[in-house]
Design a binder for this molecule. Structure first.
Ligand code: PLP
Length: 383
């Protein structure tokens, strides 16, 4: 079924919900069992009755069902944020004494978790060059348990050769954890590429309206028990009202993404041809070094990319950003509104080097008119 059609019906069961088009919101902590035997069955992992609100309810089930179908997964775990989904996935694969390989292009808060928390608990972590491909094998240790990929990186946009990494990893029973937030399952089918645990910051394109934070980890049956145990033991659940909002956002995911992509490509192409722009980091552009891999592995592009100005220092970047009218100065992306941030990648790298003076300006292109956004950018570039 076409995904545009699919998202309109996923997780909806009107006949079981008094005819309601949308799944009802279940505000639950306690769920009452019909009798003691049902409770005992639940405790022994039998039956379908939920046991406690933190572990799930029918509203959460609806979103899980939808994401399972979209990602091509068997199980999905909904968490309080994209970051808690990341932590859930990582902790499902590694413990004290294990080795984890992490892409150097990783999202900043995930880097902080790995460096400030995970290492504190005795996990050995090595950051690797995102462009390493099958060469990652040289970094394997006898205790390597998982490889974390993020493709493209949401700050510097390198596309990773996930199938090549997965091939050498799986030969040694090493799992692939991927942050699939940029591509979403609409543009990248994680399990077809060899990913074992797929993470979504639902906050971004799935929810799409900048009104909640939430995450999801999806996997096949083979790894479900690993994730389920950590999920049940760590209490990283999401609230039912937010889950409802995420489901509401999901209904328009495919049409929004197509529009986001159309506008982002137009704006990226325009920026690329501007005399003041040194380069645009966006895999959907044929000039991008990751274009061939992107084209091979993904069916579309998100609307998040970065560019670099010629001769930009902090004062120039500041003047540019302050001159923008349609771009909010704010973190996150995937919502209906355009956003801008600027940063120096060199400060966040340990396995790869960046020019220490390089400033990147990252745009999250929203659903505004692309020509108006271009006019805004042009005015700011001339300021
Ligand atoms: C690539 C990526 N992954 C994960 C996250 C974390 O998601 P959340 O903000 O929902 O915790 C973010 C947030 O910006 C992100 O950009």
């Amino acid at each position: 079924m076409n995904m545009k059609t699919q998202v309109t019906s996923l997780g909806r069961h009107p006949a079981s919900n008094s005819g309601s088009v949308n799944p009802p919101v279940h505000h639950t902590s306690t769920l009452i069992f019909s009798n003691f035997r049902q409770m005992r069955d639940y405790e022994q992992g039998k039956g379908t009755h939920h046991g406690y609100g933190r572990h799930g309810n029918a509203t959460v089930d609806a979103l899980c069902e939808a994401i399972i179908q979209l990602e091509g997964a068997d199980r999905c775990f909904i968490t309080s944020s994209g970051l808690s989904a990341t932590i859930l996935a990582i902790q499902s694969c590694v413990g004290a004494g294990d080795h984890l390989l992490v892409t150097d292009s990783i999202y900043g808060s995930t880097r902080k978790y790995v460096m400030k928390e995970l290492m504190r608990y005795g996990v050995d972590v090595t950051f690797y060059d995102p462009l390493i491909g099958a060469g990652i094998e040289a970094l394997f240790k006898p205790n390597t348990k998982a490889i974390y990929v993020e493709s493209p990186g949401s700050l510097t946009f390198e596309v990773q050769d996930i199938p090549a990494i997965a091939k050498v990893a799986h030969a040694r029973d090493i799992l692939i954890i991927a942050d699939n937030t940029w591509a979403t399952p609409v543009f990248l089918q994680p399990f077809e590429l060899g990913i074992d645990l797929s993470i979504q910051s639902v906050t971004k394109y799935i929810a799409g309206h900048s009104d909640l934070v939430m995450g999801a980890v999806s996997c096949k049956h083979a790894h479900a028990k690993l994730v389920e145990d950590v999920f049940l033991h760590t209490g990283v659940c999401a609230g039912a009202d937010n889950v409802y909002l995420a489901l509401r956002g999901l209904r328009s995911l495919v049409v929004r993404l197509k529009e986001h992509e159309r506008s982002a490509l137009k704006i990226a192409q325009w920026l690329e041809s501007h005399a003041k722009v040194k380069r645009v980091l966006y895999p959907a552009l044929p000039s991008d070094p990751g274009h061939a891999l992107w084209k091979r592995d993904m069916t579309g592009a998100a609307s998040l990319f970065a560019f670099e100005l010629h001769h930009a220092d902090e004062a120039i970047v500041e003047a540019f950003i302050n001159s923008l009218h349609h771009f909010g100065i704010g973190y996150s992306w995937g919502g209906y509104e355009s956003l801008v941030i600027a940063y120096q990648p060199a400060a966040q790298r340990v396995a790869t080097t960046w020019d220490k003076d390089c400033w990147l300006i990252r745009l999250a292109i929203g659903l505004e008119d692309a020509d108006e956004l271009i006019a805004d950018l042009e005015k700011a570039l001339n300021s």
